[in-house]
Design a protein. Structure first.
Length: 284
């Protein structure tokens, strides 16, 4: 794909990266076969190929508006399209660059701003999200069906073994999952215990940063990534074999730490180490 990004954009690391990604795209359309929003809506602009062209146009200086914002917001950032791309287009990264640029160019309505701010200030923080979820579950029978149906049922923990093992791995607890379905991480700890591996979490570690990253709050996302690296680093130096995630979205974010912090002199090397150690449970 030929590109002609604006000079101002090309002077930035993000602009240069976007240019490299765009030039790989051959507009074949294989990506649409695995895109959930395209399969559901059948709109070219709600598929990866259409969004790539919208981002390209914006970075080339063409005006963008609420319609572009709508189609980029609809993307789930699941990155399924990357699995069928014969050219290896890093769509997920291009989308983040496009969204960040769009935030600068197109003001959001006040309601959208408040909604996105509330999401970033609640979901990544278990101490805030868990009590709110419990209140919702308590009053669920009294809520209108249209709201009550969105509140998940309460799930119980199944407990974790306390036995120690010579082999140790770190567990990314996550932010919302422990409140929504605590048995998932519990089962992971039990499973690895049977294999002679101690899977443990560090209290000072928190959200992986994915939610903030996808909502174009890059500074908040990087702060979360740095916090996790600082929390895990003593255990990594002590010989932890891996950093395990039971959530695919969190796992994908962990594998991006080295990439996202590559230009940070203080964290680049540590972030690359975290990425190398990141494993989905089934990889263990």
């Amino acid at each position: 794909m030929q590109t002609s990004l604006t000079e101002a954009i090309l002077k930035t690391p993000e602009g240069q990266e976007a240019d490299r990604i765009l030039r790989k795209c051959v507009h074949c359309g294989f990506c649409t076969a695995t895109c959930p929003t395209y399969q559901l809506l059948g709109d070219e602009q709600d598929g990866p190929r259409g969004r790539i062209y919208m981002i390209k146009s914006m970075l080339e200086g063409e005006s963008s508006g609420p319609e572009t914002q709508l189609h980029l917001d609809r993307c789930l950032t699941c990155r399924s399209c990357e699995t069928t791309c014969p050219s290896g287009v890093q769509y997920g990264r291009l989308l983040e660059i496009g969204r960040q640029q769009l935030e600068k160019e197109v003001p959001r309505p006040l309601f959208d701003k408040v909604q996105r701010w509330l999401l970033r200030q609640t979901i990544p923080y278990p101490a805030r999200f868990t009590p709110l979820l419990k209140v919702g579950q308590l009053f669920k029978p009294l809520l209108p069906a249209i709201i009550g149906d969105t509140v998940p049922e309460k799930r119980a923990s199944i407990g974790r073994p306390q036995q120690q093992h010579a082999r140790k791995m770190l567990l990314l607890e996550g932010c919302a999952q422990p409140a929504l379905v605590p048995a998932i991480n519990d089962a992971a700890v039990q499973l690895l215990d049977k294999l002679g591996i101690e899977l443990f979490s560090v209290k000072s570690a928190g959200c992986c940063g994915a939610l903030s990253q996808h909502l174009s709050a890059e500074e908040q996302a990087q702060a979360m990534m740095k916090q996790n690296i600082d929390a895990w680093w003593p255990h990594i130096e002590a010989g932890a074999e891996a950093i395990v995630s039971t959530d695919s979205g969190c796992g994908a974010q962990l594998e991006e730490y080295g990439y996202l912090l590559a230009h940070n002199a203080d964290y680049a090397e540590k972030a690359a180490r975290v990425t190398a150690l990141a494993k989905d449970l089934n990889e263990v």
